[in-house]
Ligand binder design. Structure first.
Ligand SMILES: [Zn+2]
Length: 309
């Protein structure tokens, strides 16, 4: 996936600009997450780690981060690298969740999905840059298979960076709006639908879609937590329905509106810890209850994935 590396370069730069106060909170959180003193409820599950084919030691480097942070990673794997990640996941099932990336517009996309399933993959993602809107019926064969497998699908939602400036590029954020996830979640109710980047900047659409669909969650990876660092409390206006009551089920029947978030980093391995700190800053700014924080950082996904203690 050629796009992901340069995107992560950008995000690494953004993460490097985290205020110092947040960085020291990250150091504290890392100490809390030290192996040996953690329980299942402290497991972090990162739904958004792109496999880096340029790093020949990517799996080993990931496992080091996983051990340090007590972190399970959904490794978003381009189809051509499917075997190496499938093998690693078989060896380290509590640490590596194989998630396959396919081009929705590829003529053999459904066949690729079947092959990923046979290899033990648990879902698809990060689906992005479709030639038609995510809800286009031509993508149904992919969604139908994923639904049949009760898979997770991570969709890119919201603004997408421009890769090239001197050549035509058939890429549109409008085809990846968070509102599209509503229709996909309703038509394919066995899917767990994850939206990346909380729809940036359509946070309100992302939140409202997640509110009414028990199988929709969003990560807040990307530039959002950096952009909003001085006004993170504004997310209380977006995830506003805490205590109002919901007609849809939530993990652990958690009443906080923030239960509709999951942790995703979308950055270099060395920067994941910094993004954990940025999530914690969001929690503090919005008075997110401790039990909900644990669910966001890993509890919800650990339940979905059936991760061991
Ligand atoms: Zn994305």
């Amino acid at each position: 996936m050629k796009n992901s590396l340069s995107r992560r370069n950008f995000l690494a730069t953004a993460a490097a600009a985290v205020p110092l106060g947040v960085m020291s909170a990250q150091a504290a959180s890392a100490a809390e997450a030290a192996p040996g003193k953690t329980s299942t409820s402290d497991r972090i599950v990162d739904v958004h780690i792109h496999f880096d084919a340029k790093d020949p030691n990517f799996i080993d480097n990931f496992l080091k981060v996983s051990d340090k942070l007590n972190l399970t990673g959904c490794i978003l794997t381009p189809f051509q690298h499917r075997k190496v990640v499938a093998d690693a996941a078989r060896k380290h099932p509590a640490q590596i969740i194989p998630i396959g990336f396919v081009e929705l517009d590829a003529a053999d996309a459904a066949q690729q999905v079947k092959e990923l399933h046979d290899l033990g993959y648990r879902g698809l993602g990060e689906l992005e840059n479709p030639k038609k809107a995510f809800v286009d019926r031509s993508y149904d064969p992919v969604y139908e298979l994923a639904n049949q497998y009760s898979w997770i699908i991570l969709f890119h939602t919201g603004i997408v960076m421009r890769e090239v400036f001197d050549q035509p590029e058939d890429v549109s954020s409008g085809r990846m709006r968070p509102v599209h996830l509503e229709e996909i979640a309703r038509r394919f109710p066995k899917l767990t639908v994850l939206g990346a980047h909380c729809g940036n900047p359509e946070y309100e659409w992302a939140a409202e879609v997640s509110r009414w669909n028990p199988n929709v969650f969003f990560d807040v990876s990307g530039s959002t937590l950096q952009k909003m660092r001085g006004r993170l409390n504004h997310f209380q206006d977006i995830f506003w329905w805490t205590g109002v009551g919901q007609d849809t089920a939530t993990p652990n029947n958690d009443p906080s509106a923030f239960i509709k978030l999951v942790f995703g980093s979308d950055t270099y391995l060395a920067r994941i810890e910094a993004v954990v700190g940025m999530y914690r800053a969001l929690f503090d700014a919005c008075d997110v209850p401790e039990a909900t924080r644990k669910m966001i950082l890993g509890g919800t996904m650990a339940q979905f994935l059936g991760l061991p203690a």
